[in-house]
Design a protein around this ligand. Structure first.
Ligand SMILES: Cc1ncc(COP(=O)(O)O)c(C=O)c1O
Length: 419
């Protein structure tokens, strides 16, 4: 039997133990954290909609009209007009024929990949994909080929080796811990050439990139060449849950084959109504998306002015890679002592040797507060004599030598990077 105390001690001694911090206010730019007011720089409430008055009202009204819960899975008696309406709006927003709601992004990813990749087939997955995509690969009966981060040559090599067993390429659109964007045009071209599906996770693309915040797929202009567009309702859309958009045939198939969809209670009506109101707000006032981009640019500039290395990207996710978990935690705690909350992210969420602060900017931040926060982080980093490096997956593997979060499986495809 696993020795829990021993395992916890090991986590503590390697600087990887985690504890929960309690936020005693809505997810605004300023929150009460464990009783103290702090500037929030690690929420995915990118457009400030989680705490928007109209979104809260929509949830409250739906609770009164439809009740707190859906009472059953969608296929039994849990499908209500709120579900179908939001699915229709999401499909329109993403330019697809249909959409299907899931209980969460984790469930959408695991349930979609497992349904789309069969025994004897191969799924191709970027090495820095989100854990839910990784777990979808693990759950699928297919083999997984993990290609180097954004490396389309490596992917193509794997596709050629897999031949007609290639089933699905899966990628984050915006990578959740690095804030960089997948090479979607090249991936679409490869998927087409090798006759397999392409699935893009828009958890951090929706509301952040593309025209009216339609996502990284729309920004790259490849909407008609991405077969499966997944997105979440718990980030820029301020609520909870997720969706998959695609052809009517895909949606019909997932209704019949995706286990987390079939065997889980339908999303609660208040949450679904909240997401629908948030979507309406984005479309009514797309300036929120522009404001988010401007804030992200201002924050990157302010951090660079402090001498901190931050990658040049156009997304609101800004990684400051420190290296060791203890150093990243020390920077987090030091900034927190000065009222700036940016959570440290450590393995296994990121590869060993790349512990970091993952800063996220919201459209509701004031530029002056972002500049002050950059000054605080810069001062603490200097005091601790910490630099920040550009995140690079392959460098990290060499430096860390630790357990990789994502590894290829199966025989038949040669895997030089997974040794
Ligand atoms: C890229 C990505 N995909 C999927 C998920 C999972 O979404 P959810 O939080 O709705 O389970 C997340 C969120 O943490 C994410 O960052």
């Amino acid at each position: 039997m696993l020795e829990l105390g021993q395992r916890l001690d090991e986590l503590r001694s390697s600087g990887l133990h985690r504890r929960l911090r309690v936020v005693e206010s809505p997810q605004g730019p300023e929150i009460l954290l464990d009783g103290e007011p702090v500037l929030l720089l690690c929420s995915n409430n990118y457009l400030g909609l989680a705490d928007h008055a109209r979104v809260r009202c929509a949830a409250a009204e739906a609770a009164m009209k439809w009740g707190a819960g859906a009472g059953a899975s969608r296929l039994v008696s849990g499908t209500m007009p709120v579900h179908s309406e939001l699915e229709q709006r999401l499909a329109e927003f993403k330019g697809k024929a249909g959409a299907l709601l899931f209980g969460s992004g984790y469930l959408a990813n695991t349930g979609t990949i497992a349904a789309l990749a069969d025994r004897d087939e191969v799924v191709f997955s970027d090495e820095l994909n989100h854990a839910s995509l990784i777990d979808g690969c693990r759950l699928a009966k297919a083999e997984t080929f993990v290609y180097r981060h954004r490396d389309t040559e490596h992917l193509e090599w794997g596709l050629r080796r897999a031949g007609d067993r290639a089933a699905l390429i899966v990628t984050d659109g915006v990578f959740s811990m690095d804030g960089d964007v997948a090479p979607l045009a090249e991936l679409a071209e490869l998927a087409q050439r090798h006759r397999c599906r392409l699935m893009v996770d828009e958890a951090h693309g929706t509301g952040c990139l593309g025209p009216d915040g339609r996502g990284s797929v729309a920004a790259a202009g490849v909407g008609d060449r991405v077969d499966v567009v997944m997105g979440t309702l718990g980030k820029a859309l301020g609520a909870y849950g997720a969706y998959v958009c695609g052809s009517r045939e895909l949606i019909d198939y997932l209704v019949n084959a995706s286990r987390p969809f079939i065997f889980s209670t339908a999303p609660p009506p208040p949450v679904v109504a909240a997401a629908q109101e948030a979507l309406a707000l984005i479309l009514e006032r797309p300036k929120r998306v522009e404001r988010l981009a401007a804030n992200a640019a201002a924050m990157r500039e302010a951090l660079a002015a402090e001498g901190l290395a931050v990658p040049e990207e156009a997304t609101p996710i800004i990684p400051m890679v420190i290296g060791g978990p203890r150093e990243a935690m020390a920077l987090c705690e030091g900034a927190l002592a000065s009222g700036v909350f940016a959570q440290a992210i450590r393995p296994p969420t990121v590869p060993a040797g790349t512990s970091r602060l993952r800063l996220t900017v919201m459209s509701t931040h004031k530029v002056g507060d972002l500049r002050r926060a950059a000054g605080v982080i810069g001062a603490v980093a200097r005091e601790l004599r910490l630099g920040s490096a550009k995140p690079a997956a392959r460098d990290a593997r060499g430096a860390g030598g630790g357990r990789r979060p994502h590894e290829s499986t199966g025989a038949g495809v040669d895997l030089p990077h997974a040794a």
